[in-house]
Design a protein around this ligand. Structure first.
Ligand code: RIB
Length: 329
């Protein structure tokens, strides 16, 4: 394994000069720089990771930004991305951003300094103009940042229409919706899908839509109020499974039997949904597949000098469980 001393000897310079060339700091005339780079190539000398990334302009590292690491949806997503990037000999760093714009910008700038080769970003606060200075490929996952940035999402609106149609098909006659945060595009699309299916119904009441913030506790409190004020509600579609779990807990608190008095369906298909009591019916996102797809797009874009904008939309599927099936499964 060649050392920095071997390089210096071959290039007939000091080790300090070799270090200046590798770290691109301090003056080195072009002729000397050329001799040092030729010696490095000839000896196949690769310094530590940081120097390597400076010298080769790549780090073989990518970063994933998620807004809430405590939501089980995101670790399932991260697992797929890690599998794919590792297969391509890339390391992978996970950044929890709280969807906070300053935190995301700090991470972007710090990782660009460390020559990150690409980013996969789940964000509902970053805009295209925030990313203009990023010189490496970016793939927006789960939430679209801009039509000019590659993305991988699911059919949020039509998947929600399907969820409400399913609740109607099993006999629900008054259906409410626990919505995710209105500033999150996929939550707004799921709300649109719910409204597509109910806004023309004579029983529809705008109070049947309450916010659950994609959060268990917020959804639980909102569902308790909803079921107390509107006891006629016999179906609830929650915009994600964490809120669906909150609804199940709320139903128990107000004495509603699930599914006999109240049928409940969520959205995501996180593994924990199959372990709840009752188990949660859901519109399951192909979580592993959307993560893997985003990682494959990024790997392709990193390898190719020229690349266009990829826009992939995968399809959710209904998984029926005890929270809607009378008589259990
Ligand atoms: O449960 C977290 C939600 O945030 C999921 O529905 C996922 O789509 C992400 O946007």
């Amino acid at each position: 394994m060649a050392t920095i001393r071997d390089v210096a000897e071959l290039a007939k310079v000091s080790t300090a000069t070799v270090s200046r060339v590798i770290n691109s700091n301090g003056y080195v005339n072009d002729g000397t720089k050329k001799r040092v780079k030729e010696a490095i190539e000839q000896l196949n000398y690769l310094p530590n990771d940081v120097a390597r990334s400076l010298f080769k302009g790549q780090s073989k590292m990518i970063a994933l930004f998620v807004p809430d690491i405590t939501n089980p949806f995101f670790p399932e997503l991260a697992r797929a991305i890690e599998d794919v990037t590792n297969r391509h000999d890339y390391t992978f760093v996970l950044c929890n951003t709280d969807n906070d714009i300053d935190k995301q910008m700090d991470y972007l700038n710090a990782l660009q300094q460390k020559s990150a080769d690409g980013f996969i970003i789940v964000s509902s606060s970053l805009r295209e103009e925030d990313l203009q200075h990023i010189q490496v490929p970016i793939v927006a996952l789960d939430r679209i940042i801009s039509p000019d940035i590659s993305s991988v999402t699911v059919n949020n609106r039509s998947g929600s229409v399907q969820a409400v149609q399913y609740l109607k098909s099993i006999g629900c006659t008054r259906i409410a919706h626990i919505a995710g945060p209105e500033h999150v595009d996929n939550a707004a699309l799921r709300l649109r899908g719910y409204l597509d299916e109910v806004k023309h119904e004579d029983w529809f009441n705008s109070d049947y839509v309450v916010s659950g913030a994609y959060n268990f506790d917020v959804a639980r409190e909102a569902a308790i109020k909803l079921l107390t004020n509107y006891p006629e509600i016999n179906g609830i579609f929650a915009g994600n499974d964490l809120m669906g779990a909150g609804v199940l807990n709320a139903a128990a608190s107000v004495g509603k039997k699930v599914p006999d008095d109240l049928a409940v369906a969520g959205f995501d298909g996180i593994a924990i949904g199959g372990t709840l009591t009752p188990t949660l019916t859901t519109m399951a996102q192909p979580i592993y597949d959307i993560g893997a797809k985003a990682a494959e797009i990024l790997m392709t874009q990193i390898q190719s000098a020229e690349y266009g904008v990829a826009a992939e939309e995968l399809t959710v599927r209904l998984i029926e469980r005890q929270s809607t099936l009378k008589g259990g499964v």
